[in-house]
Design a protein around this ligand. Structure first.
Ligand code: FES
Length: 318
């Protein structure tokens, strides 16, 4: 994967309801932007320190540009707030090439897309791709209130008969009923979920209780609470031959930073994968939402921003 950054310019900004701004990004030079598949995201370098991930949701008619929808999150640690203040039409910024940890299986017999709030963005790209390939799908869009759904008008026009809107605090008949939406569970039906952590856990657990195997349930977390509780432990960096003590309530990243070892991070919440590092010995206590259950079981890599250790010592390939 290329780490080369791409300079882009904001060619359109549309502020929609509930604090969401939709940005269209075009290349500064005359080169074209790398192609991507539905579910991909880009890193946006908000400033020299801050890197944030946003899903791409470009419409087919705007191919050749990238489109992102960004919520001005009141709980933001600075990224989305700064983007909303600073990025206007004509602003230039740096982004990564697209990466995809949330790939769509286009040839599924049936696809159910369930998005909560701004988690709708990767699912928009999936819906367009499924529509282009003439594949059956349903798109469920859950928001707190009727006015809180960015993209709502576009989705209504683009996917009539396939889009279902659900509102939490209005007419309760509009609430998402996972048993109804996800049934029946049959081989060939795949579910894709994105949104706030509580929403995702609810949909994923509902799918499991309906009998969906994990291979048919796909998800991407935007953010997560980090739980740093638990006893301290020791980390040994094999390449630099350095031993570092990780204290209670301290992340491995912070402990290493204190010892002069800088780890690249982005989300610092275990959702983006930037800090994933190979483990040579010891048993991690995985607390991230990035690695799959199978990858976690292998215990040969871990997210250093949030995960801890079950063993008293970890040996890392650093
Ligand atoms: S920095 Fe995002 S998973 Fe660790």
């Amino acid at each position: 994967m290329s780490n080369t950054l791409i300079d882009v310019v904001v060619t359109s900004r549309e502020d929609q309801g509930a604090g969401v701004a939709i940005f269209e990004l075009s290349p500064v030079a005359r080169e074209s932007l790398p192609a991507y598949k539905a579910g991909a995201h880009i890193d946006i370098h908000v400033n020299s320190e801050l890197v944030r991930q946003y899903s791409l949701c470009t419409t087919p008619v705007k191919e050749g540009t990238y489109r992102v929808g960004i919520l001005n999150d009141p709980n933001s640690r600075g990224g989305s707030r700064q983007i909303h203040v600073d990025f206007k039409v004509g602003s230039t910024l740096r982004i990564s090439a697209p990466r995809n940890h949330f790939e769509l299986t286009v040839n599924s017999e049936r696809t159910i897309l369930a998005g909560g709030g701004i988690g709708i963005t990767p699912l928009i790209a999936m819906a367009y791709e499924l529509q282009a390939k003439n594949k059956p799908f349903e798109l469920h869009y859950c928001t707190r209130t009727r006015g809180a759904g960015a993209f709502a008008g576009e989705l209504q026009s683009a996917f009539p008969g396939q889009i279902y809107f659900h509102y939490d605090d209005e007419d309760h008949s509009q609430l998402l009923n996972p048993e109804e939406a996800l049934s029946p569970c049959v081989t060939g039906t795949h579910i894709y979920v994105c949104g706030p952590t509580g929403f995702m856990d609810w949909v994923i657990n509902s799918a499991k209780s309906l009998g969906y195997p994990s291979a048919q349930v796909h998800f991407e977390y935007f953010s997560a609470e980090v739980d740093n509780s638990g006893a301290g432990f020791e980390v040994y960096c094999a390449q630099s031959e350095l031993t570092v003590a990780v204290q209670e309530q301290q992340s491995i990243v912070k402990a290493l930073e204190g010892a002069g070892v800088k780890i690249d991070v982005s989300c610092e919440e275990g959702v983006c994968g930037t800090c994933i590092t190979d483990v040579l010995e010891g048993e991690p206590d995985h607390r991230d939402h990035f690695l799959t259950e199978e990858e976690k079981a292998d215990n040969d890599q871990m997210a250093l921003c949030c995960s801890r250790a079950k063993s008293s010592r970890l040996v890392l390939d650093l």
